[in-house]
Design a binder for this molecule. Sequence first.
Ligand code: GLN
Length: 200
Amino acid sequence: MPYPKTVGVLALQGDSSNHLAVLAELGVEGVAVRTPGDLGKVDALVLPGGESTAISLLLASSGLLGPLRSRLAAGMPALGTCAGMILLAREVVDGRADQVHLDALDVVVRRNAFGRQVDSFEADLRVRGIDGAPLHAVFIRAPIVESAGEEVEVLASLPGTDGVERPVVCSEGPVIAAAFHPELTGDARLHRLFLERAAG
Ligand code: GLN
């Protein structure tokens, strides 16, 4: 099956341009999504890192929230990274009371789970479904998955601040979420995995 024809990158706030560059490298047409009209043109969507509370407010004010929920409920493939992972979750711990969760992935996610900005770090990760060298992963005020439902496949885990291993890459159906920033390292393998799964 071919990759999805047109892949959107949510471009309300955060790091959308690097994701568009990775998609272009993989030969896929990327579209910045800022309005419901933009969303209507795409077959799949990347939700980038940034600030999930700010993106939440902008999802509401842009009119995207309802259409995005509907598309995800109807099975649109989605890749959420860092803040994008938080947005896709069923429940957010340490979020703002009014922050959005799109219920596209049956996980409870803790925001800023590894500490403050100075505690951002890099790690080499073995990700299920990605062969070859470990994936070099950049974590910036990253979330972690506190608990995941039975349908959720854990693709990679790391010890949290308490030393307990918890998921940092998860997938459920056509949705993949990663706690780090795969668009920053010049390694397109996570995006490729997403596109392959989205193609079925
Ligand atoms: N801590 C941010 C949030 O809560 C996520 C950080 C990121 O996307 N790099 O949304």
